[in-house]
Design a protein. Sequence first.
Length: 124
Amino acid sequence: MFHSDHTTIQIIGHLLIAFLFIFRCLTAMPRFDEHSSRLASRGIPFSGFVLTFGLGFMLVGGVSVAIDYYAQYGGVLLILFTMAAIYVHHNFWDTTDPMEKNRKLYIACNNTAVIGGVLLIISL
């Protein structure tokens, strides 16, 4: 717990992954209504409720990974959030415009790499 058995590189890895999710959560909160409306427009029921849970997953998971307190569980929250984000927001398979399809595919690939990083955290 609290990185006592991690190398400096592992701690930096934890902090970088955690920063991504905590920063994105904190910057999304002021635009809650905008994000909730976007979810609703994509057919997500109870979009405010779903968004609240998504932001909670990002914040709790990010803090958990940052301080290495139940980091494996925090990592699972971050993976679940990232998989949901790929499905809802970066659904390149449903996009017909080639430029938009490419953009969504690149973001989905980046998110897949983030999932790989979180899996490494879970494995420690």
